[in-house]
Design a protein around this ligand. Structure first.
Ligand SMILES: [Zn+2]
Length: 55
């Protein structure tokens, strides 16, 4: 589980906005992208970003 403290520190590498924890990923609502969490480690880098499409 990702700690709240760590979540507060993490920002989206693209827009520097906040990230929302959702199950096994971190989501940037601004950019509609998600970052995976692998073995409890958030992979917050653009090359791992998952495009959620525009909706
Ligand atoms: Zn972003």
């Amino acid at each position: 589980m990702i700690s709240k403290k760590l979540l507060d520190i993490l920002v989206c590498p693209r827009c520097k906005g906040e990230l929302l924890l959702e199950e096994d990923k971190l989501i940037c609502r601004t950019g509609n992208i998600a970052f995976p969490i692998k073995n409890d480690i958030p992979i917050v880098v653009m090359k791992e970003a998952i495009d959620l499409g525009s909706n």
